[in-house]
Design a protein around this ligand. Structure first.
Ligand SMILES: C[S@@+](CC[C@H](N)C(=O)[O-])C[C@H]1O[C@@H](n2cnc3c(N)ncnc32)[C@H](O)[C@@H]1O
Ligand code: SF4
Length: 390
């Protein structure tokens, strides 16, 4: 039997495992020794369900909010495209991952070819792409062949704020043209708008969503900026406290005037969750549990959406990222979230390399590996900030 024919891990087969978020909540109240075992248990019982592939570290933008430093490509060389085919096949077959996301940083012909071949081999996998609507221009005709299930286009507020955040005049107009082309050409059934919320665009994100919704866009995903403490991007970009809570109120108020909009606001940093827990306790108390996070929905389950629009607020603790995503760097390394911020990824943030090790082994060994210290450290921070609210 070749590696490609090896069956997937039977890990979860006979176990009715507790959801990762349930273990995370229990661990919040445990002593350190017990808590780390509980977190490890979540990882032993739950394999990642999505692969995020960083096909290239290159991007000719220098957006203020970007988690990648401009020098990222210098330290992280791209592999030849054919090396990705085997890695993707291993991930799909051995971990039974069915969702693949083009993770970084700009769309390349090679990366798209890899995904086109994946699509050819497995018509039923889910493929998602992300772009700023501009880097796709030279490769956009290839998008037809990928048959992506969705394409996210990043637009960070109205024109002035977007261009300022993205460090390039004209990038809003060019980005929106890219999004319109995607819709008109029908290359993907869903064209979503992705927004990174910061202090730059705090006031213009909702007006932008209204405008784009009036134009026919339906799906909006907003993520308040993630900061790698002491590294990048600048902490002044973080929208916090009352301003964040007020943003949620404004979103709720704007919802009825939208047309069949699907709006998600997703926090990864604990600071944001703490803001909501402290300053909007009535909202926080209504959060329910998802597989690996918290979710609040308007209208609530069973309720009727005004104008057919829906709003979701989600919080995914970073310490549980690895039960959801397998992040693969340009050289085949399986890396921890946020580790790209340094440019040169710290070896301690590498769980293994897909060209050298079996992906099942990497995932199985993760809870006892050095890289797991990343999740443990994040968990301790989450415990410090949230124990009294959960
Ligand atoms: C890294 S970019 C790669 C794709 C493409 N270059 C783009 O900008 O859409 C993917 C998404 O991550 C977002 N992003 C980058 N840095 C972020 C951060 N520090 N916090 C939250 N989102 C971030 C971008 O705004 C974009 O929507
Ligand atoms: S956000 Fe996207 S376009 Fe901007 S610098 Fe980062 S990778 Fe490049």
């Amino acid at each position: 039997m070749t590696a490609l024919q090896t069956p997937s891990i039977p890990l979860a087969a006979n176990i009715v495992a507790k959801a990762p978020i349930g273990r995370w909540m229990d661990a919040l109240r445990m002593s350190d020794g017990q808590a780390i075992e509980e977190l490890r248990q979540a990882y032993c019982e739950h394999l990642p369900t999505q692969g995020e592939m960083i096909f290239t570290g290159a991007c000719d933008f220098t957006c203020q909010h970007c988690i990648y430093p401009p020098s990222f490509a210098r330290f992280n060389k791209a592999l030849p495209a054919d090396r990705w085919d085997g890695m993707l096949e291993d991930i799909r077959q051995m971990l039974d991952i069915r969702t693949f996301v083009y993770g970084g940083r700009s769309l390349t012909p090679e990366g798209l070819d890899v995904l086109t071949r994946l699509r050819g081999r497995c018509p039923d996998v889910q493929i998602g792409l992300i772009d700023n609507g501009i880097s796709m221009e030279p490769v956009r005709e290839r998008l037809h062949d990928v048959r992506a299930d969705w394409i996210d286009i990043s637009l960070d507020g109205q024109e002035r704020d977007h261009d300022l955040q993205r460090g390039r005049e004209g990038s809003y107009r060019a980005g929106i043209e890219g999004a319109r082309w995607l819709v008109d050409s029908g290359v993907a059934p869903k064209v979503n708008i992705l927004t990174c919320l910061t202090t730059i665009n705090r006031a213009s994100v909702i007006p932008m969503i209204r405008e784009l919704n009036a134009e026919g866009f339906r799906n909006f995903f907003i993520t308040p900026v993630t900061i790698v403490e002491g590294v990048r991007p600048a902490p002044q970009l973080r929208v916090e406290g009352e301003s964040l809570v007020e943003f949620i109120r404004e979103l709720r108020e704007a919802l009825p005037s939208m047309d069949e909009a699907w709006v998600e606001l997703t926090f990864y940093s604990t600071e944001y969750a703490k803001n909501v827990a402290m300053l909007a306790p009535e909202l926080w108390r209504q959060f329910s549990l998802d597989r690996d996070g918290f979710v609040w929905a308007e209208p609530a389950e069973g309720g009727e959406a005004v104008g057919g629009s829906q709003l979701f607020v989600r919080y995914y603790p970073i310490s549980l990222t690895g039960v959801r995503e397998l992040i693969v760097n340009t050289n085949g390394d399986v890396i921890m979230p946020k580790s790209v911020g340094l440019g040169q990824v710290d070896r301690k943030a590498v769980a293994g390399n897909l060209l050298q090790q079996d992906v099942r082994q990497i995932v199985a060994e993760l809870p006892r590996s050095n890289a797991f210290a990343f999740y443990w450290k994040e968990f301790q921070h989450e415990q410090d900030l949230l124990r009294r609210y959960v």
